[in-house]
Design a protein around this ligand. Structure first.
Ligand code: HMG
Ligand code: MG
Length: 298
């Protein structure tokens, strides 16, 4: 029961780099994003307009957004935590504001320094302003499958956050397995419940591959009708406020699997691999991506 096509949303320049010890120079970030714009990807999350004291790796958000070449047909998105972030994003004209919060109280507090209750009106204001300025708004809910501080997360909390974000007018909600803890059976159970309330076309899945279950979780999600997945070139990534969290599923590993299954993405493998090689060289160590390892040993 596989879909004919899938959308890969590239989050490497944001999720991938936010936790990196190495500060990737602005011009390299720009060159990397420009390469990815030529791969056939339709959505690239380019940076974060968060407090640079919290995420120094993305302190050059405005320069990156200003420096890249915008290719028609690609949505250039950025993380926006509050009104101050939205103003910064407006100044450099990003296409989409991605608002984010967690389903678990402690992760929300550690990540954005606020309770869930206090976060709602802040994000509502961001969403309203972005929508009235003609931008699209994406939502993220973290810790859907487990929290690094609280352990299991109740599905009721996920539903409450999801409903509130959809009421704000977000076009799509990305369900985050922040610490890469989910298994296929759990994903099935969670989606069984969520798909009774929300349209599969409005949900994306965001799997970190900490324990090697990301592709299996994606397969189950596709079988249940999900056709949008977040991924990160090279398998870069992790949330700095989620101890032990490692990278997103590698975009090129996901692409390889989809290509071999005959599921269309519009993304070119060779070009995506060369973007992965580029950032691996800039980071200066082997990245987790499996297809990159194949490429270098053959
Ligand atoms: P705060 O410290 O509570 O903010 O931060 P505040 O409103 O009290 O302001 C304090 C200071 O922050 C002030 O500066 C503000 O100007 C500044 P000061 O007067 O002290 O010099 N400030 C800002 N500066 C620049 N841009 C802004 C901004 N807002 C306030 N937008 C805030 C609240 C949310 C900003 C902070 O906690 C923060 O930046 N957190 C970053 C969290 C983050 O980026 N986490 C990683 C991304 S989420 C993720 O990875 C999960 C995801 O991938 C899905 C998944 O895997 O589950 C999406
Ligand atoms: Mg993430």
């Amino acid at each position: 029961n596989w879909p004919a096509s899938v959308t890969i949303k590239e989050v490497g320049p944001r999720d991938g780099l936010q936790n990196e010890k190495v500060f990737v120079p602005t011009e390299d970030k720009i060159a990397w994003i420009n390469q990815m714009s030529g791969t056939g990807l339709k959505s690239i999350e380019i940076t974060s307009f968060v407090n640079p004291k919290w995420i120094p790796a993305l302190a050059d958000a405005a320069e990156v957004a200003k420096g890249i070449e915008r290719k028609p047909g690609i949505t250039y998105s950025a993380l926006v935590p509050n009104r101050q972030g939205l103003e910064r994003a407006f100044e450099v004209d990003v296409d989409e504001a991605a608002v984010f919060m967690s389903a678990s109280e402690t992760h929300n507090q550690r990540n954005i320094n606020k309770s869930i209750r206090v976060t709602f009106p802040i994000l509502r204001e961001v969403a309203q302003e972005a929508l009235s300025a003609g931008k699209s708004v994406r939502g993220y809910v973290s810790t859907v499958f487990g929290c690094p501080y609280e352990g299991p997360v109740s599905i009721d909390e996920v539903i409450r956050v999801a409903e509130t974000l959809f009421e704000m007018g977000i076009g799509e909600l990305s369900l985050g397995d922040t610490i890469g803890i989910a298994n296929p059976k759990q994903v099935q159970g969670v989606l069984d419940i969520l798909l009774q309330r929300f349209d599969a076309k409005k949900l994306a899945l965001h799997f970190h591959d900490t324990r090697g279950t990301a592709l299996a979780n994606i397969l189950v999600s596709m079988d249940m009708g999900i056709t949008t997945f977040d991924a990160s070139v090279g398998g870069l990534g992790g949330c700095p406020y989620a101890p032990g969290a490692s990278g997103n599923v590698a975009s090129e590993d996901l692409l390889y699997m989809l290509d071999e299954m005959g599921i269309r993405t519009g993304v070119n493998q060779e070009k995506l691999l060369s973007a992965a090689r580029f950032i691996q060289e800039k980071i200066g160590r082997d990245l987790p991506s499996r297809n990159l390892q194949v490429g270098s040993s053959n």
